[in-house]
Design a protein around this ligand. Structure first.
Ligand SMILES: [Zn+2]
Length: 255
């Protein structure tokens, strides 16, 4: 329907379309206000699937290669293949630390995270970082390795204090459904500290659907609801949030 619906031009910088049992195509087809999406790999298989989706949807799907902290124990086995795929990927990750679920040991998570940071630095590519109950460790690793300017903190849920500390390091903050949750007051207070030019929006599809869709499988079309929440926090018009976050995404992911 060209000409009938003005596009808002969102970029969903984190959606696992390759992990969604509904398949990527219907989700992309109805995300009419979303210009392009980043599909993070979480292991070898999903990184390959991300690269495949990017071939099927050139310009609309941007691929990454990485190993999630949940599976960090597999780095010894999967690291070589992920490293090989990294050259053609737009970003490294999703990596990071998850000391909430601890599905891999802390040592394994730190080892895998550091290896992927080395890769991001070597290739000069952005790195997508998952951080749950691990603010202090993620902070000191990022600070110590000098990767901050390439770092995207995905699904950022930090309050004002951690947000200010990471802001000073020079990272980008990617906001997801929690900034729109009724219980998201801390996330909104954190977001209020972030200048719009340092922010991205994402859905984390199929997880974390924003209201009024909470509990349903998430999808890229709903990224605008994250943007609406940020517009409220920043006192900006929604289309201004779309414009600034999309231009940030372009800058970060080189599209
Ligand atoms: Zn993710």
């Amino acid at each position: 329907m060209p000409g009938t619906v003005p596009t808002m031009g969102w970029v969903d910088t984190h959606c696992h379309l390759q992990l969604d049992e509904r398949g990527a195509e219907p989700l992309l087809a109805r995300a009419t206000e979303v210009d392009w999406v980043v599909v993070p790999g979480v292991d070898v298989e999903s990184s390959k699937a991300s690269a495949h989706l990017a071939v099927l949807h050139p310009g609309r799907v941007v691929p990454t290669a990485g190993l999630h902290p949940h599976d960090a124990g597999l780095w010894g086995v999967q690291g070589p293949a992920i490293t090989e795929m990294a050259g053609a990927a737009a970003a490294i990750g999703e990596t990071g630390l998850d000391f909430y679920r601890n599905l891999s040991s802390r040592e394994e998570q730190i080892g895998s995270f550091q290896a992927q940071i080395d890769l991001a630095i070597e290739l000069g590519k952005p790195i997508i970082v998952h951080c749950r109950d691990a603010f202090a460790d993620v902070y000191s690793i990022i600070e110590g390795t000098g990767v901050a300017a390439q770092t995207v903190l995905h699904c950022w849920t930090g309050g004002p204090r951690w947000t200010r500390r990471f802001l000073d390091l020079g990272v980008m903050f990617s906001f997801a459904g929690p900034v729109a949750f009724e219980t998201g007051e801390t996330v909104r207070l954190g977001a209020a500290e972030v200048p719009p030019e340092r922010a991205l929006v994402e859905t984390d599809t199929p997880y974390l659907a924003p209201p009024p869709h909470r509990g349903a499988p998430n999808e890229p079309a709903w990224v605008a609801l994250v943007g609406v929440a940020l517009a409220g926090v920043w006192g900006l018009a929604v289309d201004e949030v779309a414009a600034v976050t999309s231009s940030n995404a372009q800058r970060v992911f080189g599209r």
